[in-house]
Design a protein around this ligand. Structure first.
Ligand SMILES: *Cc1c(COP(=O)(O)O)cnc(C)c1O
Length: 379
C-alpha cells in the first residue's frame, strides 16, 4: 500500500490546460486576468455582492494585511483563539502587537464566548481595550457566529474571521468567510482546495480592497517615478497560481461532499467503539466542510492514547496528526495572557486528525478502517 497522507492536494485534472493558457498569453506574473477571475469566483462563493476579495500569496499574508487594515500596531491588544495553527497569530507579532489568548468551547472547538467576554472586560480594566478579535473555524467547523458577533458588536471590536480551513463550510446556511469585518482563506497544498500556495483576504468594501492591493504590491504611489510613503510587501498571488485556483474552485462542492462522506465513514465504525467518537456538528445550524476528520479518544476507556495510535498508524504507512497544540502553550507565545479553563488543552490531549484526502479510494479507506480496528482491538 502506498503511503496515505493526511490531506494531500487533489487536482481536478483541468489545471494544466488553464496554466497553458496563461503561458500562451504570457501572463506569467503576479498580475493578469486569471487573478481577477479567481477573485470573482471566490467572491461568488460568499453569495453576496458586498464581499471584495484580494488574492494573495498566502493566508498568513492575508491575516497580516487584515491587521494593518485595522491599524493594529505596536503594543495593541488582539484577542486570538488559542486552539489554532501558529499562522493565525504570527502576524500579530510581525506588527509588534500583543496577542491575548482565549480558550475554546467543546461544541465547536472554537472561541469560547464566555472567556472572550472575560478577556475583553479584563483587558478594558487594564486600560488596554482589544483592537480586534481573530476567530477561527477550526478544522472547518464554524465557530458560534451569533454569540461571538454579538460580543464583538457590544464592545465594538472588529472580527478577523480566519476561514483558512473552512471554505465551503456554512453556519445557518450562510458561507464561512462572509461573517467577519475581514476574513481570510488559505489555498495551501493541504487545504480543501489549493493553488499550491496562496490565500485571499475578504473585504467589505472596495476601499479596503484597494488599500490591501497597494500594500501587497510594494506600496507604489501613483507617480511617474517610484515613490514610497509606506512600507510595502510582496504579497500578491501569482497569476499562474490563480489559474490553478480557477480549476480548483470548480470542484469545491464535490470536495466538500467527499470530505463529509469521509467523516461519516469514520463515524460509522468508530462511534461504536468504547472510548472513541468522531467530532461532529452539535446542531443542524452548523455545516462543517470536515476539512479533517477528528477522532476523539478517551485514553483510559479506549486503552490507547492519540500518540500511540498515531505511531502505530505510521508503521502501517498511514499518516495521522495531533490536534493543533494550543498557542498559549507554545514557547513563542508563552509570555502573553490566557483566559480559559483547559478545554483547548483537553481537545489537544484527546484528539487525532485522521487521513482526510478527498482522492482516497474505497480500497484505501477500507485499509485504514481495518488497520484502525486492529490497533484498537489488539494494540
Ligand atoms: C493554513 C492556515 C493558515 C495559514 O495559511 P497559509 O496559506 O498556509 O499561510 C492560517 N490559519 C489557519 C487556521 C490555517 O489552517
Amino acid at each position: 500500500m502506498k503511503k496515505i497522507w493526511l490531506s494531500p492536494p487533489h487536482l481536478s485534472g483541468n489545471e494544466l490546460q488553464k496554466i497553458q493558457q496563461v503561458f500562451q498569453e504570457n501572463w506569467v506574473a503576479p498580475v493578469g486576468p486569471q487573478i481577477s477571475e479567481f477573485e470573482a469566483k471566490i467572491s461568488s462563493c460568499l453569495e453576496s455582492k458586498d464581499h471584495h476579495v484580494v488574492a494573495l500569496n498566502s493566508g498568513t499574508s492575508a491575516l497580516h494585511l487584515a491587521l494593518k487594515l485595522f491599524n493594529i500596531g505596536k503594543d495593541d491588544v488582539v484577542i486570538c483563539q488559542s486552539l489554532s495553527f501558529a499562522a493565525s497569530v504570527n502576524p500579530v507579532l510581525y506588527e509588534g502587537a500583543c496577542p491575548i489568548f482565549v480558550d475554546s468551547e467543546k461544541e465547536t472547538y472554537n472561541l469560547s464566548p464566555y472567556f472572550l467576554e472575560e478577556a475583553i472586560k479584563s483587558q478594558i480594566k487594564k486600560g488596554k481595550k482589544p483592537k480586534a478579535i481573530i476567530v477561527v473555524h477550526i478544522y472547518g467547523m464554524p465557530y458560534k457566529v451569533d454569540e461571538i458577533h454579538r460580543i464583538s458588536a457590544e464592545y465594538e471590536i472588529p472580527i478577523i474571521e480566519d476561514a483558512a480551513e473552512a471554505l465551503g463550510s456554512r453556519y445557518k446556511n450562510r458561507p464561512c468567510g462572509s461573517f467577519g469585518d475581514l476574513a481570510v482563506f488559505s489555498f495551501n497544498g493541504n487545504k480543501i482546495i489549493t493553488t499550491s500556495a496562496g490565500g485571499a483576504l475578504v473585504c467589505q468594501d472596495q476601499i479596503k480592497k484597494n488599500k490591501a492591493i497597494f500594500w501587497a504590491t510594494q506600496s507604489k504611489e501613483n507617480e511617474d517615478f517610484y515613490l514610497h510613503k509606506e512600507i510595502g510587501y510582496n504579497y500578491r498571488m501569482s497569476n499562474v497560481l490563480a489559474a490553478i485556483g480557477l480549476s480548483q474552485i470548480d470542484v469545491l462542492e464535490e470536495r466538500v461532499q467527499k470530505k463529509r462522506e469521509i467523516q461519516q465513514f469514520y463515524a460509522s465504525f468508530l462511534n461504536d467503539i468504547e472510548g472513541c467518537g468522531i467530532f461532529n456538528e452539535f446542531s443542524s445550524e452548523y455545516k462543517s466542510n470536515h476539512w479533517l476528520s477528528i477522532l476523539e479518544i478517551d485514553p483510559e476507556k479506549a486503552q490507547i492514547s492519540p500518540l500511540e495510535l498515531m505511531n502505530k498508524l505510521a508503521e502501517r504507512t498511514i499518516e495521522s496528526r495531533r490536534i493543533w497544540k494550543p498557542l498559549h502553550t507554545q514557547p513563542i507565545f508563552a509570555e502573553f495572557d490566557f483566559y480559559g479553563n483547559g478545554v483547548a488543552e483537553e481537545i489537544f490531549e484527546n484528539g487525532l486528525c485522521l487521513p482526510s484526502g478527498t482522492a482516497m479510494t474505497t480500497t484505501e479507506l477500507d485499509f485504514i478502517k481495518t488497520e484502525i480496528l486492529n490497533i484498537l482491538k489488539h494494540g
